[in-house]
Design a protein around this ligand. Structure first.
Ligand SMILES: C[S@@+](CC[C@H](N)C(=O)[O-])C[C@H]1O[C@@H](n2cnc3c(N)ncnc32)[C@H](O)[C@@H]1O
Length: 184
């Protein structure tokens, strides 16, 4: 049986497995969550907004967004999207995402959950959206397996991610930035 095939509606349980422990640390990143929410508007003005628009321009049908953060993508979903389930594990960001959901025309339901155990049945979404999120996930293979599990046959995975900085000016931030940012 596929270990990820059960809908993860049950509450998250603490666990002894190392990767699970790393995931649990996300519950303890309120500082990064607040910092991210504060810096987000400047990021959007700096060009991220345009990437979001391009990422979501062709999306349609039922959509699952993983790690929705403040809900910055919600306003960019086109009218062809019939509904979005937005998964966000961090409570502060989840509240902001719920506020953002209330302000957009496309129906968005914000819910607790994690990429590694998506709260959705097999083959239930036309598209999965993942945006600036995979860097925070210790077990990316499990996360990607989950995304493909919930996609319908022929469904689309829309990805906008970033990589480690290589320029000498920014590369020095990679190390010190990683722990307080939850691995970002
Ligand atoms: C850098 S923020 C990006 C937020 C949003 N996607 C955006 O584009 O602005 C990373 C997000 O991933 C979420 N996240 C971290 N670990 C996660 C996990 N295991 N599953 C789902 N989301 C996760 C964080 O709570 C945070 O909202």
């Amino acid at each position: 049986m596929n270990p990820h095939s059960t809908p993860a509606q049950q509450p998250d349980q603490p666990t002894d497995r190392p990767k699970e422990r790393q995931r649990d640390r996300w519950r303890g990143h309120p500082l990064f969550a607040r910092m991210y929410a504060r810096t987000a508007p400047a990021m959007e003005r700096g060009g991220v907004n345009e990437h979001r628009r391009a990422l979501l321009a062709g999306v349609s049908g039922r959509v699952l967004e993983v790690g929705a953060g403040t809900g910055a993508n919600f306003a960019h979903y086109p009218p062809q999207v019939t509904g979005v389930v937005a998964v966000e594990p961090e409570p502060y960001l989840r509240r902001l995402a719920s506020d953002a959901a209330a302000a957009v025309p496309v129906p968005v339901t914000v819910t607790d959950g994690r990429a590694e155990h998506l709260p959705a049945g097999d083959h239930t979404f036309d598209a999965v959206v993942v945006c600036l999120m995979l860097c925070s996930v210790p077990d990316r293979e499990a996360a990607l397996a989950e995304m493909f599990r919930v996609l319908k046959p022929g469904g689309q995975l829309h990805v906008f991610e970033h990589v480690r900085a290589e320029s000498p000016r920014c590369a020095g931030c990679n190390g010190p930035w990683t722990p307080p940012s939850g691995r970002c």
